[in-house]
Design a protein around this ligand. Structure first.
Ligand SMILES: NC(=O)c1ccc[n+]([C@@H]2O[C@H](COP(=O)([O-])OP(=O)(O)OC[C@H]3O[C@@H](n4cnc5c(N)ncnc54)[C@H](O)[C@@H]3O)[C@@H](O)[C@H]2O)c1
Length: 259
């Protein structure tokens, strides 16, 4: 088969949670540009709709749905709405993240709040969407983790900055867990024509303070942070038939920072 056809996502319905967020927008755009029908979710339907409208104006097939990953009922409703509107699901990019905890000494209740969304709710959603993809005949799940789920914090990146560097423990904990949960999902769903892969990105450029950028750039062999295009090709590859034999991987996308 021609490689352009293998990479094409036409007729595939793919869900992206947190599609209005920083990496989420890039992921929605990349999948839709490869001709997928993309469902973008937010807790706030107005925000999801605004995001979908932005991409629809560009001629891309993007649809909005409301979903709160921390709420059992909301996950059930999302599943029912996808079935009702599209009758199938071929791909899921598990991208949403809640960041209630602001540092090492933040109240432990905020750790619990984080786990409700990033661990318990995330597992609920992952299992339900896996079920829907299997019912649809198979497909691809991409779990967006982080390089912070693979390595400890490099505090020297924050030297000379103000209010940066007090990194929250929940983020390291749930991202590390997700990377191994991805392998668990592969084995538990063997024989069902569904693939699970993780992407562990490095930092996305977001107008961070100059002192941070200078520290960071010195360590990245590519001398920059990730940009809006960097994750697009990888999510298309993993969602498409071009990635049909890639399963159970965790791909570190960090510009060589940890090489
Ligand atoms: N931005 C980075 O530099 C970076 C680096 C490495 C990994 N990541 C990973 O990329 C993914 C996206 O991160 P981001 O930086 O784009 O985050 P972001 O904060 O910009 O977006 C996260 C999205 O998740 C949504 N969300 C929060 N709580 C939710 C809930 N209860 N239910 C449903 N949605 C909820 C938010 O509304 C938001 O749209 C995450 O998995 C994160 O770990 C990001």
């Amino acid at each position: 088969m021609n490689v352009k056809d293998l990479l094409c996502l036409k007729n595939k319905v793919i869900l992206v949670t947190g599609g209005s967020g920083n990496y989420g927008k890039c992921i929605v755009e990349g999948l839709a540009e490869a001709d997928a029908t993309v469902i973008t979710t937010s807790r706030d339907i107005a925000s999801a709709q605004k995001n979908a409208d932005y991409f629809r104006q560009m001629g891309l097939d993007v649809h909005a749905m409301q979903a709160d990953q921390g709420e059992r009922e909301s996950v059930k409703i999302l599943k029912a709405q996808i079935l009702e509107k599209f009758g199938r699901l071929d791909g899921f990019v598990n991208n949403a993240v809640s960041r209630p905890m602001k540092g090492y000494n933040a109240p432990i209740e905020q750790f619990e709040e984080s786990m409700q969304v990033n661990a318990t709710g995330m597992m609920d959603l992952l299992r339900e969407m896996t079920d829907l993809i299997v019912q649809s005949g198979g497909g691809s799940v991409i779990n967006i983790a982080s390089m912070m789920g693979m390595f400890g914090p490099d505090l020297s990146n924050y030297e000379g900055t103000r209010n940066m560097g007090d990194l929250p423990p929940d983020y390291f904990f749930h991202n590390a867990g997700l990377i191994n949960l991805n392998r668990y999902m592969v084995q538990m769903n063997a024989g069902k024509n569904i693939r699970f892969n993780c992407i562990s990105p490095g930092g996305l450029f977001n107008n961070q303070p100059e002192a941070f950028l200078n520290n960071y750039y010195k360590k990245v062999p590519l001398r920059r942070m990730a940009n809006q295009d960097d994750i697009k090709g990888l999510v298309v590859l993993l969602s498409s038939d071009a990635g049909a034999y890639i399963n159970g991987e965790n791909i570190l996308m960090d510009g060589g920072l940890n090489a």
